[in-house]
Design a protein around this ligand. Structure first.
Ligand code: NAP
Length: 295
């Protein structure tokens, strides 16, 4: 029997319903709406689409979004100055810097200009450390979404062997740390791993986070394993050979409709948490001008 689907679209929809209610309560209580600032550098069409999707979702749940677009030739100093000013702006609850940025920019320096309390995409060193030590803080959005999806389907994590393929700062590494914090035994694989098939075959939970179409073959999957495919390649193809893997897996994410929707849901969920935290800080004035129409 083929594995069941880990449905990210349906799980994200339930999160949006909850957030819509929470934004309504927040507005009634504080007279303003949570605000997410998005920063986009350059002309990459895919990045423009992603930022637009995020703004649309904000509007749907009743949040505000403020879109900052900077030219392709922006320097690190200019980007850091923009983000620093958003970090200090009392109207802004969360900041998202759309990845990737043009090559002349030091992306790490730009990420670190995000105030930890506004790091709703979970990209700063502070967020990574807090997440790794299981001390709260904001989760890297895609890894946070993956954990939320596994939890929605009550996938047991503690004591299971998780194999994460990929070790990027925004995906592979943080998802591994989240699984470790939940008491999984975690193996990281990357481009220098010589025996990928053997490693994957030992996994109870596989997270594919590479960006290579169908790198992970269906026949490698242990019967009954849970497969999470975060890869997104041209033609709506993931990093896992989907149909073949589904014959072995107990649960598997489709591409699209698996991890992708959960990323934006996590971003908005964390923006809501940031707004609540900002509002309950005693020194924060009410910002009445934000109570109006959703932008
Ligand atoms: P990345 O920064 O390019 O990292 C790719 C990772 O894969 C690296 O750690 C690399 O190893 C490893 N790798 C490359 N070739 C490999 C091979 N043959 N065997 C094993 N490992 C290999 O990519 P990323 O930003 O993490 O993104 C990965 C994928 O996830 C992409 O398809 C991206 O589009 C997708 N993604 C989806 C979402 C979403 O919301 N759904 C969000 C972010 C990313 P080294 O470290 O050794 O180079």
């Amino acid at each position: 029997m083929p594995g069941e689907i880990l449905d990210g679209t349906a799980t994200a929809a339930a999160i949006y319903d909850r957030l819509t209610a929470e934004v309504g309560e927040f507005l009634a209580k504080y007279g303003r709406r949570p605000l997410l600032a998005t920063v986009l550098v350059g002309d990459d069409p895919a990045s423009h689409t992603y930022v637009k999707m995020k703004a649309n979702r904000c509007r749907e749940v009743g949040m505000l979004s403020r879109r900052i677009e900077l030219p392709e030739a922006t320097t690190t100093e200019e980007l850091v100055a923009t983000i620093t000013s958003l970090s200090a702006d009392l109207e802004v609850d969360g900041i998202l810097l759309q990845h990737p940025v043009p090559p002349q920019i030091d992306e790490r320096a730009a990420f670190e200009a995000i105030a930890p309390g506004k790091d709703v995409d979970g990209v700063t060193r502070t967020s990574f450390a807090m997440m790794s030590f299981d001390e709260g803080g904001f989760r890297s959005a895609t890894p946070g979404g993956i954990l939320a999806l596994l939890d929605a389907y009550e996938v047991p994590i503690s004591g299971r062997h998780a194999v994460v393929v990929g070790r990027s700062a925004i995906l592979g590494r943080p998802v591994g740390m989240l699984l470790l914090a939940r008491d999984a035994t975690v193996t990281f694989c990357h481009s220098r791993t010589p025996d990928l098939a053997e490693q994957v075959a030992r996994a109870d939970i596989i997270v594919a986070a590479v960006g290579r179409p169908e790198l992970i073959k269906g026949e490698w999957i242990k019967p009954g394993a849970v497969v999470v495919d975060a890869g997104y390649n041209p033609g709506n193809v993931g990093d896992v050979e989907y149909e073949a893997a589904r014959r072995h897996a107990s649960l598997i994410t489709p591409v699209p409709g698996g991890v992708g929707p959960m990323t934006i849901a996590t971003l908005l969920d964390q923006t809501m948490r940031a707004a609540e935290a900002h509002q309950t800080q005693s020194d924060r004035p009410l910002v009445g001008s934000l109570a109006g129409e959703v932008r």
